[in-house]
Design a protein. Structure first.
Lengths: 397, 397
């Protein structure tokens, strides 16, 4: 008598949340420092100092009506200007505030964008491994998620696998680079090839095939030689979905944006549909105080050095213990091949060593696990003997 | 090629927003103090002092990971405990934290609740006048909004009109008391009669008919003798949708909740469906810092005396000028009969006197206008001659 699809979604929390909840219980039983919880992508690096200073200063110097009142549905104009100015400066683009729609974070950005685009029978393509909520957002919008396999060693795009999946029904391709859960970044050559393929297919099918760039990890790249191409510059029909969750360590504050460039096909209609979808889904505006904080802090990035330290430590150690790891150029996840075929069984065995890892079946890549290394370096150090023993239990080393 | 329903929603902003935008333009032309903008329900009373103190103190005394990190999808446990403790104390209820699901405000509460309940062919009933976004939320969830006419003089429930509208297809009845836009409060006798009718109909149709109590204006009642009955105590299948927007003057911060009592039909399944709908719609959690503020400030209410002053001033004056006004017991709207049949034409003529009023056609009550008196008392005083001239232009007085 109620919506059983929603009931089932509510009763089957994501695998990540399930392990996270187990971790909370286990820590209460045996002590916080005895459990090595690598389950959740909750940044452990503080927000930049400027963020809390901005909260304090805004509250001290502005009246309540401005601080806490409704903004325009698209977001405060000064905030939107500050965000596009920052983008234009960094990427040589020419966006205006009217291209930007502020949202309650990455999930809202994606859900609103998908809802704005969807028509009956649509398919959205993404690459494995992919963030499992993509399936939820696409399917509950009435469309189908099509997953394109990638190179099994590098998780880079396999164009031979992708090409036949693009059909008359393809509404958009969702790209997530740096990638959750693999940490892989798509280099410029891959982006150019993808853009060329999509342009070709647009001609064949005579309608736009949008590229949705889901990029909450854009700033989380650890080596200066790794560039993250700005996709609107390669392919005009690109919509950018962003969140400040990771760059400013504000995941709970729910703040991000959707960017619809003027060059995109039917840009004005699509922007209107984004506004309509935001309205229909119950988003009135992004949180006002945090919008004002973003205006002041859009150029800031949290100190990411701890993530780089963690990545290097974990990647080196686990590789040395005989694990096969994909080298993560960005984000804060290490993607590791399970030491047996069944990743869930492997994660169960890891629990015996108090290691909480996430099996990647729901990411579209059975046989892998995700290790979220957005934890203290101390936790990484203390966990290494457990990773070693786990490998030994499989006869490795 | 994109979602035209969303495109149209985006291109047809609500009448309220349209007039609000006109007002901004007009103020820039002739000066802020020359335009009497009564279009939007943006509280003009500051948040209680304790709210900004809580923001400041939390930031000064807690670490960033806790302040700005993800909470559980249902909300921070301490926040939920504080909210239900406050409800239990005020209404003699026995809710637990597990009955509560924190949301990004009233619109999110309603959209999530409707999505959690909806099955194909469903109808949701509400009473005229009603907040126009109800139609958007219900129709974009795939259901039909059925509107029950009310007593034309008092806007109280007309049970003779309501009864035949309740059918096999009725999933829920949405009640909004105190009401936007009329300010009307449903007294206990009406609530009792409504509960009795719904119980009877549940027996006839052998399924739950939920009552959705949309109550962002619960605390905005100006006369001590006026009580706002707590609906879960009269009818077990009640789901409460709340927002702190009005009681704490925080409309831009997007913070509210959904309450599913244990007594409600299939309560556990419905709560799960609420969680599933929140997930599917892209709501990850309510803004974390503001959740913590709510934990500290749940018992507070903004100083509402200015609204009472405004209401009395406006109601008396307009009645004196020959307008027919519904006496608003709560909320911050005065609902007035237009001085000609076409309320839009009346609002256009009002513009000539720099009065910005909202025609109530989209509220389901043609011939009426809404005056949002959540403005300064000074604006009310200065606007009175304009209201008088407007009446005179119709040969009143």
């Amino acid at each position: 008598m109620i919506n059983t699809e929603m009931e089932q979604l509510g009763k089957a929390p994501s695998k990540i949340r399930e392990i996270f909840e187990y971790g909370k219980k286990r820590k209460a039983e045996i002590g916080e420092d005895k459990v090595f919880d690598f389950s959740i992508g909750n940044p452990n690096v503080p927000a930049p100092r400027e963020v809390n200073e901005a909260y304090r200063e805004l509250i001290a110097t502005h009246d309540d009506i401005w601080l806490h009142g409704y903004t325009s549905a698209a977001g405060d104009l000064h905030t939107r200007k500050a965000v596009v100015d920052n983008l234009n400066q960094r990427f040589g683009t020419a966006f205006r505030a009217s291209n930007l729609y502020m949202t309650c974070g990455a999930a809202a950005s994606l859900k609103i964008t998908i809802t704005a685009m969807v028509t009956p029978g649509d398919e959205f393509i993404t690459f494995t491994p992919f963030f499992p909520e993509y399936r939820v957002f696409v399917e509950t919008a009435g469309a189908r998620l099509v997953t394109a396999g990638t190179d099994p060693d590098t998780f880079q795009i396999d164009f031979a696998k992708l090409e036949p999946l693009i059909t008359e029904k393809t509404k958009a391709v969702i790209v997530n680079s740096p990638n959750n859960p693999s940490g892989v970044v798509f280099p410029e050559a891959a982006v150019q090839q993808l853009a060329a393929l999509l342009k070709e297919k647009e001609k064949v099918y005579r309608h736009a095939i949008y590229l949705i760039s889901d990029e909450p990890y854009r700033e989380l790249v650890y080596d200066p030689e790794i560039g993250v191409p700005y996709l609107t510059k390669y392919y005009p029909d690109t919509v950018v979905c962003y969140s400040f969750s990771k760059s400013l360590s504000l995941p709970g504050e729910r703040i991000g944006y959707i960017l619809v460039p003027d060059e995109a096909d039917h840009a004005a209609d699509l922007y209107a549909a984004v506004a309509g979808a935001g309205r229909a889904l119950g988003y009135v505006c992004a949180p006002s105080l945090t919008q004002h904080v973003i205006e002041k802090c859009v150029g800031q990035v949290s100190d990411l050095s701890v993530y780089k330290t963690n990545r290097d430590l974990l990647y080196e150690a686990l590789s040395g213990y005989g694990y096969t790891c994909v080298h993560p150029d960005g984000a804060f996840y290490l993607f590791v091949k399970a030491l047996e075929e069944d990743a869930s069984a492997f994660c169960e065995r890891a629990k015996a060593f108090e290691l909480l890892l996430v099996p990647a079946d729901s990411f579209g890549t059975p046989g892998y696990v995700r290790i979220a290394y957005c934890v203290t370096t101390d936790q990484i150090r203390r966990s290494l003997p457990a990773f070693k023993k786990l490998a030994e239990s499989y006869g490795k080393i």
